[in-house]
Design a protein around this ligand. Structure first.
Ligand SMILES: Cc1cc2nc3c(=O)[nH]c(=O)nc-3n(C[C@H](O)[C@H](O)[C@H](O)COP(=O)(O)O)c2cc1C
Length: 243
């Protein structure tokens, strides 16, 4: 009996031991599952946070944004309406210089200030020519419609306009004379019909006080809309950012 009892007790003991082993395995599996679930949650949390905080900026670094290029400013004047076009006249919905300014902006991410005349120039080409002659003869400083920008934070200023009677429109002098360009480089750009940039580089050297004058980009008005390669080359030649 005793032996039987002992045997039974041994059998009971081994049943208890194997049950304990099973519980331990089950408990271990539960713990592993719980840990994996936590790691999984933490993992997905990190990746979503990473997407917001580090993913976007890393692609921004490869392609400079306007913020990254905030030291560059494009200032331009351009006139839509009737204009010279291949020996004739054409009504321009977007001015030639504006096309170049837009291309320049897309390549640099620079900030932009468009100069608009407080007293807008006429649509008619001949009337605009006549008014410009008057303004040149009287050494006028036509008023600018909008408040002028603070340029103290910029070290590069692209200054663009059409060529009017072999020089910049007088309103460009209105702009220049409002500033001290110490420590800044002014890169002139201009569109023209036949004459090239005319006296623009010399005039900016005179009217943009203390500016360093960089290389001038001059583009035929009729080619302005397709001038991306020329603008790109000019930027590269002058060590300026190209996206
Ligand atoms: C008042 C006036 C004067 C101009 N004078 C010249 C000039 O001296 N030389 C030239 O090549 N083109 C001259 N043009 C043509 C413009 O420079 C050319 O069409 C330019 O691309 C216009 O740019 P916008 O559309 O941005 O105003 C003149 C145009 C106007 C309206």
């Amino acid at each position: 009996m005793r032996q039987v009892n002992d045997m039974n007790s041994n059998r009971r003991q081994s049943t208890i031991n194997s049950r304990r082993g099973l519980y331990l395995v089950l408990a271990s599996i539960c713990v592993i599952v719980a840990v994996l679930a936590l790691v999984g949650c933490a993992g997905s949390g990190t990746s979503s946070a990473g997407g917001e905080t580090t993913g976007a900026p890393s692609s921004d670094t490869a392609t400079p944004s306007a913020g990254a290029n905030s030291k560059m400013l494009i200032v331009y004047f351009s006139r839509e309406g009737e204009n010279y076009w291949n020996g004739g006249r054409r009504n321009l919905a977007v001015g030639n210089t504006q096309h170049v300014a837009q291309i320049l902006q897309s390549l640099t991410g620079a900030d932009v200030f468009r100069i608009r005349a407080a007293d807008p120039y006429p649509d008619s080409y001949e009337d605009t020519v006549a008014r410009n002659v008057q303004e040149q003869n009287s050494d006028a400083r036509p008023a600018i419609a909008d408040p002028l920008p603070d340029i103290s934070g910029y070290d590069t200023v692209f200054l663009g306009s059409p060529v009017w009677n072999m020089q910049e429109p007088m309103i460009m002098r209105t702009f220049c004379e409002n500033y001290d360009f110490s420590g800044k480089t002014v890169y002139p750009f201009a569109t023209y019909a036949v004459s090239g940039a005319g006296r623009i580089p010399e005039d900016y050297a005179k009217y943009c006080r203390n500016a360093t004058i960089g290389e001038t980009l001059a583009i035929r008005g009729e080619e302005a809309e397709q001038s991306r390669p020329q603008v790109q080359d000019w930027l590269k030649d002058n060590g300026l950012a190209v996206r």
